[in-house]
Design a protein around this ligand. Structure first.
Ligand SMILES: [Zn+2]
Ligand SMILES: [Zn+2]
Length: 215
């Protein structure tokens, strides 16, 4: 999916305390992250799967190895980077690639970045602690999103925003959606309102490029 609109043109990437989560755009590396965590190897989250580039310039972790980049380590359940704890939470998303979200804790606040997902894998669902913020998948506004099954019977796709609000509302006081699908760009102001209208127990918002959240 490639969509452009002012303020919404970049592929996925979130910087938390100088740790980069996903590299959908090569120029995210200009921020000189001290570590890189990848949710999965789709090119809109890992640009280097599409083009040859030198080894990544910081310690990098992903849910599986990538042949062209042997420097990327397979994430164990938990990694520590300069006092920040990053915990992998396996998700369902792709038929071909493993995927995971990450919980990031610095001792003061706790954030989760999910990447693309149909769902958090079942046995990890009740292991998610209370969160201050979730940054998650805005691919579909409709209930259920779009989940398909390939010829081998494996599911792939994205769940819907309402489903994610229901899942994360009891866990997080704030939910920010990013990675929007084509629905979002038909009328951006209206789409942002539609997302905000899902606020209830949690504050629900739409992200934009360069958005900065202080916790
Ligand atoms: Zn994906
Ligand atoms: Zn994606």
């Amino acid at each position: 999916m490639k969509h452009t609109a002012p303020g919404h043109m970049f592929h996925s990437g979130v910087l938390v305390d100088d740790i980069l989560f996903d590299i959908g755009e090569k120029h995210f590396l200009d921020r000189q992250p001290r570590a890189i965590f990848l949710t999965h190897f789709h090119a809109d989250h890992a640009f280097f799967t599409d083009e040859p580039v030198p080894p990544l310039p910081a310690p990098a972790y992903a849910p599986q190895p990538w042949r062209e980049h042997p420097e990327i380590k397979v994430i164990r359940s938990m990694e520590e980077v300069d006092g920040i704890t990053v915990t992998a939470v396996p998700t369902n998303h792709s038929a071909n690639f493993r995927s995971c979200g990450y919980i990031i804790e610095d001792g003061i606040s706790r954030i989760m970045y999910t990447g693309d997902l149909i769902s958090v894998q079942k046995r990890f669902r009740d292991r998610i602690p209370d969160l201050d913020l979730v940054v998650t998948d805005g691919a579909f506004i409709r209930q259920g999103g779009l989940v398909r099954r390939n010829s081998e019977g494996r599911i792939h796709g994205h769940t819907g925003i309402p489903d994610l609000v229901r899942f994360f509302s009891p866990l997080s006081q704030r939910i920010v959606f990013t990675h929007f699908g084509s629905w979002f760009f038909k009328d951006i102001t209206e789409s942002e309102k539609q997302i905000e209208a899902l606020s209830g127990d949690a504050l629900v918002e739409a992200a934009f490029d360069g958005m900065v959240i202080e916790l």
